[in-house]
Design a protein around this ligand. Structure first.
Ligand code: SAH
Length: 246
């Protein structure tokens, strides 16, 4: 098999079990990506992701199965990649960071993460990660082509706690409410009121938002018995939250 340049070279220098250099391995669809995935997890930890549960989930879900075969060798780089229809799979760090924030919700700290609503299924990668962290995952996608793609991608994993939904996430999904957490993978300029309404007391919403109409920032809203508490964290780059279905 022809070896692709670049990515496999990174594996070539890794010492084998006895300290001897390991032969370079060809990388292609169907091959085992567990070593590169483990390195991705190491980098996430070095980058500040501290939750063992999140690191375990990121080390378990095979990200290369959620991108086109031609992009599989880049699947464990910390980068977003095209998934069709002008959308992207989120960067691993962004997924890990947001999941870690969800686990920090008051309700999750005491009773574990219950029902989660994800806005923007895309290729289904983050939904798979969430399925390992939450009891139930409801995930909404507004583009039918991606809803179909996510269903195909997720089928082999047989994740019985993931509920794929086609619809406009701006409205949330009232039938599954209240949610222990809501996570958006697309950002607008204001948090839709339905999201706050559908959040449980003790629950947390994590979403990218351009509140001032300019730079997108990671936003955390905690719903407490006293009301909503908002924190604005670091700048982020997510695709646009759009209304309606297509
Ligand atoms: N969760 C994905 C990220 C997908 S990108 C991952 O695992 O990487 C964000 C997705 O949000 C896109 O697929 C886009 O179509 C979708 N989106 C944007 N606005 C939406 C809305 N109002 N309702 C549902 N999905 C929406």
């Amino acid at each position: 098999m022809q070896r692709r340049p670049g990515f496999p070279a990174r594996l070539a220098g890794l010492p084998g079990p006895g300290g001897a250099p390991r032969a370079p391995r060809p990388v292609g669809p169907g091959l085992d990506f567990s070593a590169v995935r483990a390195r991705m997890v190491q980098k996430l930890a070095a980058g500040g992701i501290a939750s063992a549960a999140v690191l375990r989930a990121m080390g378990t879900v095979e990200r290369h199965r959620f991108v086109d075969g031609a992009l599989a060798t880049q699947a464990y780089e910390d980068t977003s990649l095209p998934i069709g229809l002008g959308q992207t799979i989120s960067k691993p760090y962004a997924v890990a960071r947001m999941c870690e924030l969800l686990l920090g919700a008051e309700g999750a700290r005491t009773g574990g993460l219950g029902r989660v609503l994800e806005i923007g299924t895309g290729c289904g990668y983050q939904a798979a990660v969430l399925s390992l962290l939450a009891r139930e995952v409801y995930t909404l996608e507004r583009l039918h082509g991606l809803y179909d793609k996510a269903r195909e991608n997720l089928r082999p994993f047989r994740l019985t706690n993931v509920h794929l939904l086609f619809g406009d996430g701006m409205l949330g999904y009232a039938r599954g409410a209240p949610y222990a957490a809501i996570i958006a993978a697309a950002g607008g300029d204001a948090v839709p009121p339905s999201w706050c309404e559908q959040l449980a007391v003790g629950g947390r919403l994590v979403a990218p938002m351009a509140l001032t109409g300019r730079q997108q920032m990671l936003l955390v809203i905690d719903k407490t018995a006293q009301g909503l508490k908002q924190s604005v964290l670091e700048p982020v780059h997510f695709v646009l939250l759009k209304s309606g279905i297509a």
